[in-house]
Design a protein around this ligand. Sequence first.
Ligand code: FAD
Length: 468
Amino acid sequence: MSYDVVVIGTGPGGYVAAIKAAQLGLKVAVVEKRKTFGGTCLNIGCIPSKALLHASEIFAEAGHSFDTLGVEVGTPKLNLEKMQAHKDATVKANVNGVEFLFKKNKIDTFIGTGKVLGEGKLSVTTDDGTVHEVEAKNIIIATGSDVAGIPGVDVQFDEKVIVSSTGALEFGKVPGSLVVVGGGVIGLELGSVWSRLGAKVTVVEFLDKILGPMDGEVSRQFQRMLEKQGIEFKLGAKVTGVEKTGKGAKVTLEPVKGGDAETIEADAVLVATGRRPYTDGLGLEAAGVVLDERGRVVINDHWQTSVPGIYAIGDVVAGPMLAHKAEDEGVAVAEIIAGQAGHVNYDVIPSVVYTQPEVASVGKTEEELKAAGIDYKVGKFPFTANGRARAMLHTDGFVKILADKATDRVLGAHILGYNAGEMIHELAVLMEFGGSSEDLARTCHAHPTMSEAVREAALGTFFKPIHI
Ligand code: FAD
């Protein structure tokens, strides 16, 4: 069998690269070792977590704000089995959708483990041990990432009591208490789900702020909002042990700056300390593909590895571990293989935390601008002054826009608020076109929308907001 392109891995990077290459007229096959397509994102990541986030958000709202809105439903009752069934159905619809798109685009599919044999050659080992050799003018490695443990700590995941994100999507019963190790996106999203459903959640984070590289002001305000929802935080705390006990598990931690160790007992522990690039069994080193010190595949500006005809994209290479970053790289690499000019603007990759309120950002934070010595101005607008937000009882949060002091070009934007993940895109488009805060401020926005707060923040960056 011989192809123009074979993609190993069918996550958002791999399946998008395959479809785009097929659309550009190339003969394409994919190799996937899971039984279903769609990778981490569709099976055990973005999609199932958003199904649970949405359902648990409605559950929490029903208990809090429905009454104020005049919707009397009594005390909401959780049916976790149904909620999990909704999640499973959502995953199924999405992974089946990818299978349909492969058929529609005449992409051959191999279920099995792919291994790179060298330039233009790979093997696929199926479950029964049969090995098929496949020839490909171009190979794209899109094997994604896997759960990382805690450096220096022996964590024995059983995915029932000591869980990774995968187990935390599958709890059949709400844990009475849950310790989340890691105050990053995945830990806060899944911590929110179980907190809303009744768990007492404690987040332990090594840094002295949650959401690592996120704008400091946004991170602080967001933490306060989560605290109001009942989530407890232990920041600047280093976890030194995670062990099962008779009843659940215990986490041992000590202050990063030094001091006494402490132990927290809980029904379950979610370790969400990040992910590592996944290249196990791919044969990359033997094939001459160079990896960096963190195990990521080294690529050049055209996603080419050290071996001609072998490319890599997505979580397995450097950059933010995000589905849409992987997708954009998938499109670009297919275009390059087809002889076109593929490009990804890494300065404009939005990132969203799908909690309530959501946190969305694109471009630089204030801390980054200060560190780079760039003079900037700030425009801010709170949702408390937005009519639509008041009507919906979603007044938490604000919009913050950072623009170059001399040119007014927008350099970064941060939104903390209901539906922030949808609102961030007008800023991404503006930044992609090199727009200024005045451009945004002079663009008519429909009333009443929460996006008017975006415009008001831009008015604040460029001159003065009207409604505050
Ligand atoms: P993956 O999606 O990891 O896919 C890689 C595929 O390659 C897998 O299916 C794997 O089975 C297959 N594979 C690996 N090795 C082989 C082999 N040798 N042979 C054959 N197949 C192989 N990102 C967002 O942007 N938004 C979110 O809301 C979001 N939520 C997340 C929530 C959770 C709980 C998690 C864990 C992640 C989340 N992410 C989110 C991150 C997102 O899932 C990843 O960034 C994205 O899936 C990366 O895509 P990828 O194509 O590089 O790899």
